[in-house]
Design a protein around this ligand. Structure first.
Ligand code: HEC
Ligand code: HEC
Ligand code: HEC
Length: 447
């Protein structure tokens, strides 16, 4: 009897919880509108929206390889399956042509499409929710004044039950608590602008913050380092593993030019980020650098502890550990050092200038990082030439270097050059990086 009552109460509670979840899960459609004429938006708004779209990387995610700009269809591999970005040009059938400003703003702030369906957080609305009304209006003006493109995104490839969008209501209940940006009155305008952009549109934490098993960012470990497309997004701020602490000026240069003498070059998924920021307003990028620099360097690292200061000509003498490694006596020569001498030293062992001169590897975060993945990616993919401007070039060694040579090389770089304990399980790491770098995998992902 008593047990029956308990069961009854439990059932009642579950029904109530389910009802509450459904109420939370249910959102109505926002009425379609006639696509507004591009001429109905003022120039200033459109131009402002264009710069905000650069900071938000809209084009990077919403353009498929070889596809039309902003027409969607880019495959985004996630630990759960593949999600395709959608068409955000103003085409009424396949894009957002029927979306009012209200519908667009709701998508950016609440992760719901016009019809009220939940959107996957591969679309970083958990950051975009901070965007002000004014900025959303400008972004809307920019998007709605593009040429409409007819393009349907391929269906997502997700397993049950993640393929059911209603499940996202539960995810949001647990992990998504949007609030408008609250300026810190004690800080200056640049700091507040920088924080607004870094936390919001620029969604830096989407890659640089670790995620839990359900794919949500662990906000208490913000910028402790994350993962993106088989690359490590290195820790930032006080978590940084950089050999020379990042200064505001260095961050500003790296974010704008994609390269900085003490830190090297932005590669992998960081490359499109800096390419976009190169065309964004200089003040906004400077504000982001200002904010990031205020997050502090880890204790106990001073610039002099890891590298000698630049000499009068601005050249930084190679670090002591590096020189010892390079001038080690021939008798004790390790295989790794021989591989390095044959394959890498011509560029990384001298002060050759760009585009072929590589950074002093002893300074590179790739050697100091917890995992060898970025170093392996760089060796396997190289640094391809980019057209138009003088940019660093490095050949790839995917075909010319076997696993044994690579293992020896990584051991040498990690232990002798960076003076760090050996990376564990190198053969597994090499195999994983080779699989991801193989052209067949890439063609599959870009489909
Ligand atoms: C990291 C990748 C990424 C970035 C950056 C990104 N998006 Fe998206 N966006 C997506 C994905 C993936 C979807 C589809 C989500 C889904 O199907 O649930 C999406 C969906 C949308 C939608 C909903 C469209 C629809 O038809 O449902 C809008 C609107 C949108 N994005 C606008 C933007 C804007 C504006 C920016 C730049 C400020 C931007 N996105 C940047 C990945 C991204
Ligand atoms: C799409 C994922 C992604 C986004 C978004 C992203 N990053 Fe990165 N970031 C990376 C990856 C991956 C690396 C490592 C690149 C490499 O190995 O060259 C990196 C490297 C960096 C570094 C160099 C760290 C070091 O110690 O060498 C800085 C600084 C940085 N990012 C800042 C930012 C800022 C600021 C933003 C936001 C404006 C941002 N990132 C957005 C993926 C991302
Ligand atoms: C033809 C010249 C050349 C050769 C050979 C070469 N590199 Fe590079 N490498 C570069 C250039 C240029 C860059 C990008 C500029 C920079 O990082 O300063 C680069 C960048 C790198 C980086 C990224 C550094 C950072 O943090 O930005 C790593 C790691 C690296 N190379 C490792 C190697 C290894 C290991 C080899 C040998 C297997 C090698 N390189 C051979 C020219 C070369």
């Amino acid at each position: 009897m008593a047990i029956r009552r308990v069961v009854f109460i439990l059932v009642l509670l579950s029904v109530a919880a389910l009802a509450a979840a459904l109420v939370y899960a249910w959102h109505g459609a926002i009425a379609p509108i006639n696509p507004p004429a591009a001429s109905s938006f003022d120039r200033a708004s459109i131009e402002r929206g264009a710069t905000l779209a650069l900071i938000g990387d809209c084009r990077t995610c919403h353009t498929a390889p070889g596809g039309k700009t902003l027409a969607g269809g880019l495959a985004m591999p996630t630990p759960f399956g593949t999600i395709y970005s959608t068409n955000i040009t103003p085409d009424p059938q396949t894009g957002i042509g029927l979306w009012s400003l209200e519908a667009f703003s709701r998508a950016m702030r609440e992760g719901l499409d016009r019809e009220g369906r939940h959107l996957y957080p591969a679309f970083p609305y958990d950051h975009f929710s901070l965007t002000t009304d004014e900025d959303l209006k400008a972004l809307y003006a920019f998007l709605m004044s593009r040429d409409p493109v007819v393009a349907e995104a391929p269906p997502n490839e997700l397993p049950f039950p993640i393929n059911i969008r209603l499940v996202l209501a539960g995810w949001k209940l647990l992990f998504f608590h949007p609030e408008p940006y609250a300026p810190a009155p004690a800080r200056d305008a640049a700091w507040n602008r920088g924080r607004y952009l870094v936390e919001g549109l620029a969604h830096c934490g989407a890659c640089h913050t670790p995620r839990n098993l359900m794919g949500a960012e662990i906000r208490s470990e913000e910028f402790a380092g994350g993962e993106a497309e088989g690359w490590t997004a290195f820790p930032l701020g006080r978590h940084s593993a950089a050999r020379i602490p990042w200064t505001e000026a260095a961050l500003n240069q790296y974010l704008r030019q994609g390269w900085q003498a003490d830190h090297g070059v932005a590669l992998g998924p960081m490359q499109p980020v800096v390419e976009n920021l190169a065309d964004a307003p200089a003040d906004d990028v400077a504000a982001m650098a200002h904010y990031l620099a205020s997050l502090g360097a880890p204790d106990g690292i001073s610039p002099q502890a890891t590298a000698a200061p630049p000499d009068a000509s601005g050249q930084r003498p190679q670090s002591a550990g590096w020189q010892a490694a390079v001038s080690a006596p021939a008798a004790g020569e390790s295989e790794g050092r021989l591989v390095f001498a044959a394959a890498c030293a011509s560029c990384h062992d001298s002060h050759r200038s760009l585009p072929l001169g590589g950074v002093d590897l002893a300074l590179s975060t790739t050697l100091a990082a917890e995992a060898p993945r970025n170093l392996l990616n760089i060796i396997l993919l190289g640094v391809p030439a980019s057209d138009g401007h003088v940019a660093p070039i490095m050949p790839n060694f995917a075909a010319s270097m076997n696993d044994a040579a690579m293992t020896a090389l990584l051991g040498y770089l990690r232990q002798d050059v960076a003076s760090k304990p050996a990376w564990p399980e190198l053969p597994d790491a090499i195999a994983a990086a080779r699989r991801a770098a193989a052209p067949s995998t890439k063609a599959g992902a870009a489909r």
